[in-house]
Design a protein around this ligand. Sequence first.
Ligand SMILES: *[C@@H]1O[C@H](CO)[C@@H](O)[C@H](O)[C@H]1NC(C)=O
Ligand SMILES: *[C@@H]1O[C@H](CO)[C@@H](O)[C@H](O)[C@H]1NC(C)=O
Length: 263
Amino acid sequence: MFFRKCFTFIFRNLLEWYSVAAVNHDELGQETLLNLLLRNYLHYNLYEQAEKLRSKAPKILTRSNKQTLRYLFYTGKIQTIRLAYTDAKESFQQAVLRAPVAARGFRIQCSKWAVLAHLLLGEIPEKTIFMQTGMKRALRPYFELTNALRIGDLELFCNVTEMFSGTFISDRTKNVIVRLQHSVIRTGLCNSSISYSLISLAEVADRLKLHSRNLLPDVENIVSKAIHDGAINAKIDHANGWLISKETRDIYATAEPQAAFQL
Ligand SMILES: *[C@@H]1O[C@H](CO)[C@@H](O)[C@H](O)[C@H]1NC(C)=O
Ligand SMILES: *[C@@H]1O[C@H](CO)[C@@H](O)[C@H](O)[C@H]1NC(C)=O
């Protein structure tokens, strides 16, 4: 109760000051207050409100690089949550580029989010992002995450998220990382379907190690979704529980009995 009151009070005041700054054409004040409001909205996971405010904010000539950087960072986060990953990547990259070298902590945070934006877009970020001076150690959890995605190993992915869960929680990236699970599965699936023209769903589940994550009952759904998304060119034979690749080049690569082709 007390918390709610406090919270409402702070927002009301910030919003009031923000309008006062606008009326007075105090651009630095507007920038600063807009960032404070965005920061508070994000802190309480009020992304819709944050975006409403941000999208309505008048475009002003920025007065302070520091405020611009903050604005880019908050904007990137909002875009990430709203699934606008390309825009988010751009915001975080801009922030990293424009941040002074001395703002190491800020550059680390932006780099972490930039990595996630890449991964959410299905891209593997360039190694150089992890090699930035003085940031290697801090970025390691995100490096490991990238590695698991690159290979498409669900078990490794889950191990990494568990191993570094402290970091992901304090970075407030855990909920975003959860979204990557589909990509890991898809990459793993791509590999399975490319290696074989015919594979049983049970074997797919086995190769993706779905059993270790209690995802076994979902294998058919997971595969269907990947086909629907165009991640793999294949079809499912539901009656027999087969995944049949439509890639023709290694049609005879299967080790399964020829009889299985007579479908
Ligand atoms: C693809 O699958 C093969 C066979 O299991 C495995 O050796 C290889 O590491 C996989 N490649 C990737 C990129 O996951
Ligand atoms: C994941 O962690 C488990 C338990 O620590 C371990 O047995 C397994 O080998 C790990 N798997 C991968 C792919 O790292």
